[in-house]
Design a protein around this ligand. Structure first.
Ligand SMILES: Nc1ncnc2c1ncn2[C@@H]1O[C@H](COP(=O)(O)OP(=O)(O)OP(=O)(O)O)[C@@H](O)[C@H]1O
Ligand SMILES: [Mg+2]
Length: 298
């Protein structure tokens, strides 16, 4: 918390609480701040409240108590248009944000909204300006689709894409707008290794403030020097990612595991390497018992 508590916090959350209509208390007083340009991982077991927090930050849910601020703006109805210009969110379920007739339109949607807010096509040479502007928007949309490897799918209905393709489509729709703050909920789930690696590399080059909720702890380690551990609607730990995720007692008490790359004994779960002596033992263990055979006996 202290790490992010600076004057220019890009995300500020103070005493945030939320209860669903069925009485489930999803958040019970969450407080933290993320400084401009910081990348913070949001981890915690299933049901911890990570996704609920992303919905509250984007203003789709209203808190029962406390408040959230994005770039100094209170997330409330009066500010929603301004907040959404600064904030790009990928929800855990990409179907929540892909609804246009084609993938191209889905990715263009945010840009066109920004455009209509700023009245960019007004002016003397209105028609010419509009054409140039439409061309610029098209170029940006195509570039965003190329960055996630989906350019060839641009005429398709996003609802018909595969789960991983939908997640990449949601990513393109957010990145094309170049918001100041990114809140990404499970951005790597469903991605194949190449797409996941490309996502990580893209994120490493971005200057934006990032809050990334995920169970992909290796990705969190790659991207986030700091981690918030959420459980049962409260912040259970907040600090350096390596320290928090490397603390077996802490993470295991919250339903997580120390990521493979932070384990001291790498051979414990993945016995791919070892001394020649150990390798020989493993080979012997792997051999069928004497006289045994894997093929059916006549
Ligand atoms: N629409 C809803 N109505 C009632 N309760 C809900 C609703 N959505 C979520 N919850 C509950 O709110 C709590 C927090 O859920 P949330 O989806 O925020 O957790 P999460 O940390 O994102 O979990 P996961 O890791 O599985 O994505 C859980 O107890 C969940 O059952
Ligand atoms: Mg979730």
């Amino acid at each position: 918390m202290d790490a992010g508590k600076q004057k220019s916090a890009a995300i500020e959350v103070q005493g945030l609480a939320f209860t669903y209509p069925d009485g489930t208390e999803a958040l019970r007083g969450v407080t933290f701040a993320v400084a401009g340009g910081e990348a913070v991982g949001l981890v915690g077991p299933n049901g911890a409240g990570k996704s609920t927090l992303t919905w509250l930050l984007s203003g789709f849910l209203e808190p029962a108590a406390g408040c959230a601020r994005i770039c100094g703006l209170d997330v409330c109805k009066a500010n929603l248009a301004q907040v959404r210009r600064r904030l790009g969110v990928i929800f855990q379920n990409p179907d929540d944000q892909l609804f246009m007739p084609t993938l191209f339109d889905d990715v263009a949607f945010g840009l066109l909204n920004l455009d209509s807010d700023s009245g960019a096509s007004s002016g003397k040479n209105k028609r010419h300006g509009r054409d140039t502007h439409a061309g610029a928007i098209e170029a940006r949309v195509i570039e965003a689709l190329q960055q996630v490897g989906l350019e060839s799918e641009r005429h398709r209905f996003a609802g018909h894409l595969s789960a991983g393709q939908k997640r990449l489509a949601a990513l393109a729709a957010v990145l094309v707008v170049q918001p100041d703050v990114l809140v990404l909920d499970e951005p790597t789930s469903d991605l194949d290794p190449r797409a996941r690696r490309r996502f990580i590399e893209q994120m490493q080059t971005l200057p934006q403030t990032r809050l990334i909720a995920s169970h992909d702890l290796e990705m969190i380690l790659d991207l986030c020097p700091r981690v918030l551990l959420l459980d049962q609607g409260v912040v259970a730990a907040d600090g350096p990612a390596v320290e928090i995720l490397g603390d077996a007692a802490l993470v295991e008490s919250h339903g997580l595991e120390v990521p493979y790359s932070l384990r001291r004994d790498h051979t414990h779960r993945f016995p791919l390497r070892g001394t020649p002596h150990e390798m020989e033992h493993r080979k012997q263990d792997a051999r069928p018992a004497s006289g045994g055979s894997s093929s059916p006996q006549p």
